[in-house]
Design a protein around this ligand. Structure first.
Ligand SMILES: Nc1ncnc2c1ncn2[C@@H]1O[C@H](COP(=O)(O)OP(=O)(O)OP(=O)(O)O)[C@@H](O)[C@H]1O
Ligand SMILES: [Mg+2]
Length: 228
């Protein structure tokens, strides 16, 4: 199977004044198209740092990252923004929706940057909101939606440009257990539709939805297990 992600020798340090903080200490990782992966590990082990690199929100100190055939480790900020918009759908723990903007316009926003016409944006956003179960909430603003509904909007926004991977950093971290299960059923459907899904979680029940579990410890991969 074709790899959508190929990472070799990724190191990420941060400079804090005189001090260097060593966070990722040499990560090698291949993820094939259509995989469903959970990333786990203790707080501070580097999960979000790794996700930000995978999502082209950050670049490594050294090492290589080939995303869908493109070497992104050496790209400029503008090139990264382009590839991010095209290849990546990112879902955050805190939803990160625009507060004064309807569900429809939040979902349509990535298509503005992709240069899609207003008419096509509305059609596609309505289609995606229907897919995530919000056909009756399109004109609601985030504060008129429940937490689970907000996360559905965020998932819709992540899917709208048909990215090659969906990344989610603790997508159920702010949700109760019933709503978490609903969001995970949505990720299951997204995976079943052929998407590559990578999510970070602290909860075993959430990780059980994935087919492969990667555990980080102290900036390195401690284990990588396929369970389905
Ligand atoms: N910009 C930064 N500057 C300095 N240190 C950083 C920076 N970003 C992250 N770190 C450090 O890197 C380490 C890993 O952080 P990261 O956010 O990746 O952890 P995590 O595994 O996602 O933890 P959590 O489960 O709590 O979300 C932490 O010790 C953190 O302090
Ligand atoms: Mg984190």
């Amino acid at each position: 199977m074709q790899n959508v992600i190929e990472i070799r020798g990724i190191i990420r340090n941060f400079q804090l004044g005189q001090e260097t903080v060593y966070v990722l200490k040499g990560i090698d990782l291949d993820i094939a198209r259509g995989e469903y992966v959970a990333i786990m590990g203790p707080s501070g082990s580097g999960k979000s740092t790794l996700m930000n690199l995978l999502g082209c929100l950050d670049t490594p100190t050294s090492g290589s990252y080939i995303l869908n055939g493109n070497d992104v480790s050496k790209m400029t900020d503008n090139e990264l923004a382009d590839i991010r918009n095209k290849e990546i759908g990112f879902v955050f723990q805190t939803f990160n929706l625009l507060p004064r903007t309807t569900a429809l316009d939040n979902v349509a926003l990535p298509m503005v940057y992709a240069g899609i016409s207003k008419k096509d944006r509305v059609v596609r956003a309505e289609e995606v909101l229907t897919d995530v179960g919000l056909s009756d909430r399109m004109d609601h603003k985030p504060n008129q939606l429940s937490g689970g509904q907000r996360q559905r909007v965020a998932v819709g926004r992540a899917l709208v440009n048909k990215p090659s991977i969906i990344l989610a950093d603790e997508p159920t971290g702010n949700l109760d257990s019933k709503t978490s299960l609903e969001i995970m059923q949505l990720f299951d459907e997204i995976h079943a539709a052929g998407n590559t899904v990578i999510l970070v979680t602290h909860e075993e029940e959430v990780a059980d939805h994935a087919h492969r579990v990667i555990r980080l410890r102290d900036g390195m991969i401690e284990s990588d297990v396929r369970n389905k």
